[in-house]
Design a protein around this ligand. Structure first.
Ligand code: FAD
Length: 524
């Protein structure tokens, strides 16, 4: 029997594994791996000059990378032949059926963080909401995760929003567009502050200096085509280290379906990815880090519960195109950062919104075409001329649990979840924001703002929320233990009672490390 069994190798799972070092730990994981992409070894724009045909690497032999022209993808970043493994098989093996919620579930080693933007921000006490943990209790765990991953950014106007990092690497380089935008903001700071808006350099789990044997960011614009850039933190890196040092027994190709919480420990039922074999694993403690949706599925299935509606939250998203007219037709900065370069925070009464601003060199120009209200040939010319002038602001909305937004397990034994989700954007706020951006010298038209379908924020949370008292069947105690179980702990986004606009993964990792460290002490 293992001391502990962790389900999942995403940010939550590997953070839990770090906290359980020294114990006999097994990690059960679906564990899909990225396909090799040997052609993609330098900057994508240089490669396009030197390699006769990159169609297979950028779009796929079946041109599946163009699928977004016909149906809205959950994220363009998960569409290419080198990144589609991140969502592979999930539709079939752990399905979510809904006409109002588009779930992105990963069965990959490293989870959704194979494609994440790596934005990492410390939560304030108010961001933690009803979570019965204080920021002071979390601080040492943030510090440990930060030292492990490496974080870059700057101590600027967003310092009080994002918190202090003990070792902050310099921020990623700004493109010409972004530098102009930022300079204009700095000359109009008082105006922006009066309007409760702040802009600063992006805070990212991306290296700009070597760290823990990993190379710094090389401005290759490959984020949309390849996972495992050594500069961008990926939980698979941590997992490999733990396996190499024999600190964990890693068991890939397993789908955990349910657990039995017994007096002396847990029995964990799993089926192989090809659905041909099943096996039972035993451990003293079970740490679920299968992602907020799949951990909820396992909890419901373990109780044979086909009636309960579990809450689900996501940071709904608005994408603002920002066009700098003076840069139209300028040469494209082919060695600019494909990761976020600036962050924006905006207070609107009691609500705070947060966004990341990206340049346009990460995605393919073909990715932009469906957004232009022009015939194809004109769209191509327009995209070529506008790409150097275009930045994209991804604005995240905060979310609280609502009766309309839920998951429920189907009673047919298939493990399918039904989901429903209602959300509508705040048009007044978005128009106000467009006005602010115009002060930065960019064109930002409310009619061009895109709203991905609910689920498109891919920051899932709140399915098994942590509470300080009066626990229901599917609530979690402050030590991470699922109520009405003796040995089952949650180590992913499921435990957040609500979502601030601030992206959750860094906090999810700090909480997972805290839960596992305390369990480790108790297992003595
Ligand atoms: C395009 C994109 C951009 C993002 N950008 C950011 C960002 O900038 N900042 C931020 O904070 N967050 C971001 N996120 C969200 C972030 O990736 C997730 O919050 C984070 O990965 C969740 O971590 P997790 O460990 O809880 O779950 P996941 O990453 O979903 O990992 C789940 C793990 O569990 C395994 N698994 C699942 N089900 C089972 C099962 N039944 N049995 C066995 N194994 C199972 C999977 O193989 C996987 O290893 C982004 C996500 C995407 C897709």
């Amino acid at each position: 029997m293992f001391d502990a069994c962790i389900v999942g190798s995403g940010p939550g799972g590997v953070s839990a594994a770090l906290g359980l070092r020294g114990r006999r730990v097994c990690m059960l994981d679906a564990g899909l791996l990225p396909p090799p992409r040997p052609n993609l070894e330098s900057n994508v724009f240089d490669l396009r000059q030197s390699t006769p045909d990159l169609t297979s690497d950028l779009l796929g032999d079946d041109l599946s990378g163009l699928a977004h022209i016909f149906r809205t993808p959950v994220s363009l970043k998960l569409n290419s032949p080198g990144t589609s493994f991140i969502l592979e098989l999930a539709d079939r093996i752990t399905p979510v059926v809904s006409d109002s919620f588009h779930a992105a579930i990963s069965l990959a080693q490293g989870g959704l963080a194979n494609g994440w933007g790596a934005g990492v921000y410390r939560f304030h006490q108010r961001d933690l909401g009803a979570l019965p943990v204080t920021t002071a209790q979390l601080a040492p765990f943030y510090d440990a995760i930060s030292a492990h991953m490496g974080v870059c950014g700057a101590e600027d106007d967003l310092l009080s929003d994002f918190g202090t990092e003990p070792q902050l690497q310099p921020p990623v380089r700004l493109s010409a567009n972004m530098a102009r935008l930022y300079a204009r903001y700095q000359s109009r700071r008082a105006f922006f502050h009066r309007h409760h808006a702040r802009i600063g350099r992006a805070r990212l789990a991306v290296l700009t200096q070597p760290h823990n044997g990993r190379a710094p960011y090389a401005y290759r614009n490959l984020e949309f085509f390849q996972a495992h850039d050594p500069a961008i933190y990926n939980p698979a890196f941590t997992l490999r280290g733990l396996i190499r040092n024999r600190e964990i027994a890693y068991e890939p190709n397993w789908i955990v379906t349910r657990y039995e919480d017994l007096e002396a420990g847990v029995r964990i039922h799993a089926v192989s990815l090809d659905q041909q074999r099943s096996q039972v694993f035993e451990a003293r403690k079970l740490l679920l880090a299968a992602g907020a949706i799949n951990s909820a599925r396992i909890a419901l299935a373990s109780n044979y519960d086909f009636g309960t509606r579990l809450p689900i939250c996501d940071n709904s998203l608005a994408v603002f195109p920002l066009l700098d007219l003076r840069a139209i037709g300028a040469p494209l900065g082919t060695h600019d950062a494909g990761v976020a370069q600036l962050n924006v925070v905006l207070d609107d009464g009691p609500r705070t919104f947060q966004g990341s601003i990206y340049g346009s060199t990460g995605a393919l120009r073909s990715d932009l075409l469906p957004n232009f209200p022009l015939p194809l040939r004109s769209s191509l010319a327009f995209a070529r001329a506008c790409a150097p002038a275009l930045s994209l602001l991804m604005l995240f909305y905060p979310e609280t649990p609502r009766a309309t937004n839920y998951l429920r397990l189907r009673p047919d034994g298939s493990g399918t979840l039904d989901a429903a989700y209602q959300w509508s954007p705040d048009a007044v706020l978005e128009r106000r924001l467009c006005g602010l951006w115009r002060k930065l010298g960019v064109v930002c038209l409310p009619s061009l703002i895109q709203h991905p379908a609910p689920g498109g924020g891919i920051h899932y949370a709140g399915t098994l929320p942590m509470a300080s008292s009066r626990h229901g069947a599917y609530q979690t105690h402050a030590d991470g233990r699922l109520n009405r179980t003796r040995h089952v702990y949650l180590c992913d986004g499921s435990i957040f009672p609500e979502l601030p606009a601030k992206n959750l993964t860094y906090t999810l990792m700090a909480l997972a490390l805290r839960t596992a460290t305390r369990l480790n002490e108790g297992l003595a």
